[in-house]
Every structure is written in C-alpha cells, then in structure tokens.
Design a protein around this ligand. Structure first.
Ligand code: ACO
Length: 323
C-alpha cells in the first residue's frame, strides 16, 4: 500500500502590513468592528510588481529546503490559486521553471477558491497513491488584494496576500489518511467575481473585476457545512473527535473557526489560527497556517491533523493527515 507523506512545509508573506487602522482611512470601518466580526487585526499586501508566482516561488523554495528533496526530483507541481499571474502558462508551469523542477514533470493550476489547497492536496495524493508521481510540490498562492474593491467595506477588510507550500512523497506509512471534496455551483450568487477572460473585454465594467460576497449568508452556510464535513471525515476513517491533535482550518473568520473547533470539542489552543495577522489568503491560508505551526514547534511528527476549507463555488473539503 502506498501513502502520501508531507515531508516539508514552507510559506511566504509579502512585507507590507496593512492594519485595520490603515483601512479606517480607506473605507467606513473601524478596527473594533473588523476584530470583533472577523478576528482580523492586519493582513499582508504584495508590493507593486510582486505577483502570485513570486509568492509561490518563495514558499515553494522554503518547502523544498525543509524537505531536503532537490527540485529536480519533483514529478508533479500543483498550484491552487484564483489569482494566477496569467491566463496561461499556468502559475505551476512558471514555478516548475523558476524553482528548477525537471522538464517533463506534470504541472498545472487548480481553481477551487478558498478550498483550493485541500483540492490540490487531494489531487496530488491520488497521483502518488496510484503511482503517477513519487514526489509532488503543492502550493496555495494568492494575491487576493488585486481582486478587491477598495470601496466595498464588506469585502476589502477580509482578504490578504501570501503563499504556502508542502512537499509530498510516496511512503509505506500514512500520511494522508483521507481527503473529502465537494462543490455546489448553485451558490454562485453568494460569492463570485463577475468578470473572467472568457467573457471578452468589450463589456468589462471596472467593478466587475472584484469579489462580490453576501457575507452573512456565506457565513451561515460555511458554519453548517464545515460542521457536517467534520463528521464525514472522522466517520470515514473510523476515528473519534478526541483522536485529532490539531485543527488546521482555512482562515476566513475566527467565528467560523471557533464553531468548527467547538464541533470537534477541541480547545482553541489545539487550533492553528493565523487569520488575526494574515486575513483570508484564500487557497494559501491552510499551508501558511500549517507551516507556521510546524516551524514554531507546535505540530510534531506523528500527530493527527484535520485540515478543512470552505469557499467560492461553493466548494468545501477536508483532509485527515498523520503528520
Ligand atoms: N466595517 C463596519 N461595518 C461593516 C463592515 C465593515 N468592514 N462590513 C459590513 N459592515 C456592516 C454592514 O453594513 C451591516 O450594517 P447594517 O446592519 O447597518 O446593515 C453590519 O455591519 C452587519 O453586516 P453583516 O454582513 O451581517 O456582518 P457579519 O457579522 O455577517 O460579518 C463577514 C460580515 C465578516 C463578512 C462575515 O459574514 C463572514 O465572515 N462571512 C463569511 C466569509 C467567508 O467565509 N467567505 C468564504 C471564503 S472567501 C472565498 O472563497 C474567496
């Protein structure tokens, strides 16, 4: 039996910090409102000219360094993003070149909004378990601030930029125990970006380039859906809530994270929280949180991790991982 193990993690955040107080000068909001309703105090913003691909490259290089695997031994490169540098080539093909993954390896981008990293981890796990790849570089990278309407206080206070990465390797022992992916396209009107290149440029209105969200409705569905996926994930593996050592959730809102922790009977000191410093970095948020807790020594080898995410689509998913 072949399993997938995480053998290295890495992350990168742009230098520029944008605090809630900074946002008070941009939209009609307050530090108190944003902290209380979301848990966010600050987020990072990519520099002018710094792209999603740049963030991905730095995070990937750190994950490769941590794994000890030379880039030329990677067979599969996946980048989960909804803010790619270009329509094509994919961010993954560009990353293959920039970090020196061998020519001829597999590389593609994957789009599942905030669930993107869990989707990419699941995809890479399936490649590895079925022998299609032996080592994979899986990245979540986003420049969300480039698709924000800075006049819409309902969305512009929520998101930030960043990237996180893992290196995966085939192993005799688990590893990734199970992954669970779902989508329901009927919810598009609650969370979407109106414009995409397939629609052509002639009707492009300025505001249509940015995220639109009915946050309150998304919030309620996210809480209920994530509660269900906790049960689905544990039941499929025959595990109990008490077996989980760490919840590594998508970082959208501290109230959503707390509700999921409560469902797991997990105290908040067993939950990795970065939303306070990074905001919602979409597909990057889980690998950034994972890397943060691995590097500061909280997450140890052999511990059981539950990763979960919910986002545009709607998409949602989870992964149960023996680290
Ligand atoms: N500052 C001050 N007031 C604000 C702000 C702001 N930044 N934003 C909204 N408000 C106001 C609203 O106008 C409203 O005022 P009103 O009562 O006078 O009409 C009031 O605050 C309450 O607004 P709600 O939207 O009901 O606030 P809520 O408590 O739901 O919090 C939030 C909003 C933070 C967006 C929350 O709903 C949320 O986190 N939703 C889920 C987001 C999410 O998980 N998205 C999925 C991932 S994203 C992706 O996939 C790309």
């Amino acid at each position: 039996m072949t399993y997938t193990r995480i053998i290295g993690t890495g992350s990168y955040l742009p230098e520029r910090v944008l605090t809630n107080h900074d946002l008070e000068d941009i939209v009609d909001t307050s530090d108190a409102w944003v902290r209380e309703r979301t848990g966010i105090a600050e987020r990072r913003v990519a520099a002018t000219g710094e792209t999603c691909g740049d963030l991905a490259r730095r995070a990937a290089q750190r994950a490769l360094d941590a794994s000890g695997v030379p880039a030329e031994e990677i067979d599969l490169v996946l980048v989960a993003t909804c803010t790619p540098d270009r329509i094509f080539p994919s961010t993954a093909s560009a990353l293959q070149r920039s970090v020196g993954v061998r020519p001829g390896a597999i590389a593609f981008d994957l789009s599942a909004a905030c669930s993107g990293f869990v989707y990419a981890l699941s995809t890479a796990d399936r490649f590895i378990r079925t022998g299609g790849a032996r080592r994979a570089l899986v990245v979540g990278a986003e420049t969300m601030t480039r698709i924000l309407d800075w006049t819409d206080r309902g969305t512009c206070v929520l998101f930030g930029d960043g990237a996180g990465a893992v290196v995966l390797e085939a192993s005799d022992t688990a590893g990734v125990i199970s992954t669970h992916l779902h989508s329901d396209g009927r919810y598009e009107p609650l969370l979407y970006v109106p414009w995409g290149p397939g629609q052509g440029y002639s009707n492009l209105r300025h505001k249509d380039r940015y995220i639109k969200m009915r946050g309150n409705e998304v919030f309620k569905i996210a809480v209920n859906t994530l509660s269900r996926i906790v049960d689905e994930t544990l039941d499929s593996a025959g595990l109990q809530k008490s077996d989980v050592d760490w919840l590594v959730p998508h970082q959208a809102n501290i109230r959503i994270i707390s509700a999921t922790a409560k469902k797991l009977n997990l105290p908040m000191d067993r939950v990795v929280v970065t939303v306070d410093r990074h905001g919602n970095t979409s597909a990057a948020s889980i690998p950034i949180a994972l890397d943060t807790a691995v590097r500061d020594g909280r997450i140890q080898r052999g511990e059981l991790l539950l990763l979960e995410a919910f986002g545009g689509g709607f998409t949602w998913g989870s992964a149960l991982v023996r680290f």
